[in-house]
Design a protein around this ligand. Structure first.
Ligand SMILES: *Cc1c(COP(=O)(O)O)cnc(C)c1O
Length: 400
């Protein structure tokens, strides 16, 4: 075991995945073609949402989501510091202002009480939206966030990069799946190789709102539309020097607002479709690993708190809060186990410190960071690897 490295997460590519990509490479389409719509439909069905829009990566999904919902220079969005920086940067891309809320030390998710306090403490600020993150795969209690959003007139973007297939149980005791469009205006996903479904680079936005859906389709491709009903210029102009018949010529299209090229390619979509077929099976595997870890680490010396076992958790990560975190990290590494730290609080990244945030601003997030470690969690982990991670972790605290 010692000569093999166990990473904290890794993708799984099967012969079927490879064949799906080859088939698409031999078809007529390389960039957006029929596989995009097929992937979008399959993903919408998987999440239970009305619509899905495939984009080039999760960060592009966040950027377009904020653009579509809208933010101005004097408006604010509330974010969580325990996430990947992209969940916050998207507000800055659009010229908006950021406020952070602290995390709930039990769930590691954005603390709804902290969010409400920020809103109440800042009556002079125009707060427009919230971006809860389903951190590690635990889905945010979005029905509660929705109540808050309705009360204060806010939009919600759910960053569901960690949680495809995960759910929370709402106030009526119903399961609500990540990205199902019932509570968040838009939900976003990533298909980076460490995430549940890998397309190399790739992302998705889900929604139940047809207007947002149409807007996103335009924004992902330069702000260009080919829908004749939406055209703003005259038919005469479009036709040029020939007699106008009242119809726009076939070549005609309009760029109506500033969009981007955030398209996914057809062969990536083919890979995504193939990967999505194994999503349920892989989620089961992640949950069984989480169960083994929870059983092994409950009440163990050195372990302060963990992700634990929660039914709706999608277990992108399994997090331990431990004593002597760096000691454990180095010890695991010297035994071929490459754990990772998720995340360094975003408000303490130098870019955000320069905008005024400092240590002590969000005590729960900062305490969490000081002692968190993500141990290996990926569906192709075998029993031997799981037991090796458990015994090596325990060995560190028994030795010291
Ligand atoms: C991975 C990730 C992103 C960004 O996704 P990319 O596809 O890498 O751009 C955003 N938010 C979270 C929480 C992520 O884990």
């Amino acid at each position: 075991m010692n000569n093999k490295i166990i990473p904290y997460g890794r993708q799984e590519i099967t012969p079927e995945d490879i064949q799906a990509v080859i088939d698409t490479l031999q078809s007529d389409f390389l960039t957006q073609g029929p596989k995009i719509a097929e992937f979008e439909n399959a993903f919408a069905a998987y999440t239970g949402s009305g619509y899905a829009v495939a984009v080039s990566n999760g960060t592009a999904a966040l950027h377009l989501a904020v653009m579509a919902l809208g933010i101005r220079e004097d408006e604010y969005v509330i974010c969580t510091p325990i996430t990947f920086a992209a969940s916050i940067n998207c507000v800055k891309y659009c010229g908006g202002q950021v406020l952070f809320a602290d995390i709930d030390p039990e769930t590691y998710l954005m603390d709804i009480q902290s969010v409400e306090k920020i809103i109440r403490d800042n009556p002079d600020k125009k707060i427009k939206g919230i971006i809860p993150v389903d951190f590690a795969g635990r889905v945010a209690q979005l029905d509660e966030f929705k109540k808050l959003a309705s009360k204060y007139g806010l939009w919600i973007i759910e960053d569901a990069c960690h949680s495809p297939g995960g759910f929370f149980v709402d106030g009526q005791n119903e399961k609500q799946f990540a990205g199902n469009g019932k509570f968040a205006d838009l939900s976003i996903f990533s298909f980076h190789p460490v995430k549940h479904i890998a397309t190399g680079e790739g992302g998705m936005i889900t929604t139940n709102d047809p207007d947002l859906y149409n807007r996103l389709l335009t924004l992902r491709s330069h702000g260009i539309t080919r829908n004749t009903e939406l055209f703003e210029n005259s038919v005469e102009f479009a036709v040029g020097n020939s007699p106008a018949t009242g119809e726009y010529p076939l070549w005609y299209m309009e760029m109506q607002e500033l969009g981007y090229n955030y398209r996914l390619t057809d062969f990536q979509a083919a890979l995504g479709i193939s990967q999505l077929k194994r999503a349920d099976q892989n989620l089961k595997k992640r949950k069984s690993i989480a169960k083994s870890y929870t059983n092994a680490f409950t009440g163990t010396p050195g372990i302060i708190h963990s992700s634990g076992f929660i039914e709706g958790h999608a277990y992108h990560l399994f997090v331990l809060e431990v004593e002597d975190r760096k000691g454990l990290y180095d010890f695991l590494r010297s035994h071929g186990i490459f754990a990772q730290i998720h995340y360094i609080p975003v408000h303490l990244m130098p870019y955000y410190r320069k905008q005024g945030w400092k240590e002590g601003d969000f005590p729960m997030a900062e305490r969490y960071y000081s002692r968190c470690i993500s141990i290996p969690m990926f569906p192709s982990m075998n029993e031997e690897a799981i037991n090796y991670v458990i015994s090596t972790t325990k060995l560190f605290y028994e030795r010291s």
